[in-house]
Design a protein around this ligand. Structure first.
Ligand code: C2E
Ligand code: MG
Ligand code: MG
Length: 277
């Protein structure tokens, strides 16, 4: 096991953070880090074509801890790359199991900023794909704009290497950073995930609708598909379909669920959408 290296500012964190970090280390070994999966629905045929893997920490005392509460704490530590490897392993194993059960789903995994700067990541990903016998184009890696911008040279090298292996790349939380589509055009990216802040306001604010529809049009010209996250009601999905958005994800379709529940959830979503169509 690797040794945790705290960066200087982490050393000054309060003791509770350090305690949490130590607990997280044990949690990894004890199997308390599990994935849930949220379906992604293609709008042209209303089918579930893939899922996003979202990390959950089943803490024995505190209950389920959200990744938003612990990922930022481990970002700059050795533990982050261990968590990333663990997540990739679990997600690809699950992807292979669903494939054997007749469900060919694409699997999206979130990458943190520092994973993107890890020169070992591309070979690690290739090794894990081969181990799980999952075709590379079945894996999509989600990165945020700010991650890609933090060290453009280094992250571009990582992205190119991943893309050359056939892995799909996706820009997460698109619209919240400072990058322009013109800049992202130089990246080997197939998908933009419009941030949920635009989607939850789509029907209330004309500005959100304008941003969403123009992003979809421009992305299409740049041959990227757009996925809207945070779809919480039927009307928002209908509006996105009219704007020719590629796919949707959100509580209205399904919240993230455990692997065992997913096949039933997919059947339920597709039945519900067919009867509404
Ligand atoms: P994200 O990748 O943008 O994931 C979307 C978040 O929105 C998830 O929160 C999801 O549960 C939530 N969500 C889904 N549908 C809706 C909706 O309709 N409305 C609203 N308001 N929210 C919705 P979650 O699971 O708490 O994850 C938070 C963030 O933590 C993720 O944002 C991602 O950046 C990060 N994360 C999650 N899993 C991992 C992981 O395995 N590795 C890394 N590095 N980061 C992860
Ligand atoms: Mg994501
Ligand atoms: Mg997001």
């Amino acid at each position: 096991a690797g040794v945790m290296r705290f960066s200087d500012d982490l050393k000054q964190e309060d003791p509770r953070t350090l305690l949490l970090l130590n607990e997280l280390r044990d949690a990894l070994a004890a199997g308390q880090l599990q994935l849930q999966y949220q379906p992604k629905v293609r709008l042209h045929d209303l089918r579930v074509f893939g899922v996003e893997a979202l990390l959950r920490w089943q803490h024995p005392v505190n209950g389920t801890v959200s990744p938003a509460d612990f990922i930022p704490l481990i970002e700059r530590t050795q533990l982050m790359s261990e968590v990333t490897r663990h997540v990739l392993g679990m997600a690809l194993e699950q992807c292979a199991a669903w494939e054997r059960a007749g469900m060919a789903l694409s699997m999206a995994v979130n990458l943190s900023t520092c994973s993107l700067l890890d020169p070992m990541l591309p070979s690690d990903v290739r090794r894990q794909l081969a181990l799980a016998k999952v075709p590379p184009n079945r894996l999509a890696l989600e990165i945020t704009e700010s991650a890609a911008m933090s060290d453009p040279g280094a992250s571009m090298r990582t992205l190119r290497a991943l893309s050359a292996s056939g892995v799909q790349l996706s820009i997460d939380d698109y619209g919240t950073g400072y990058s322009s589509l013109a800049y992202l055009q130089d990246m080997p990216v197939e998908e933009l995930k419009l941030d949920k802040s635009f989607i939850v306001n789509l029907l209330q604010f004309e500005a959100s609708a304008a941003i969403v529809s123009s992003t979809i049009r421009l992305a299409r010209k740049l041959r990227m598909r757009v996925v809207a996250e945070g779809v919480e009601d039927a009307d928002t999905m209908v509006a996105l379909r009219k704007m020719h958005c590629f796919a949707v994800q959100g509580y209205w379709l399904s919240p993230p669920v455990d692997a065992v529940a997913l096949p039933g959830v997919i059947l339920e979503i597709e039945r519900r959408l067919r009867s509404a169509a």
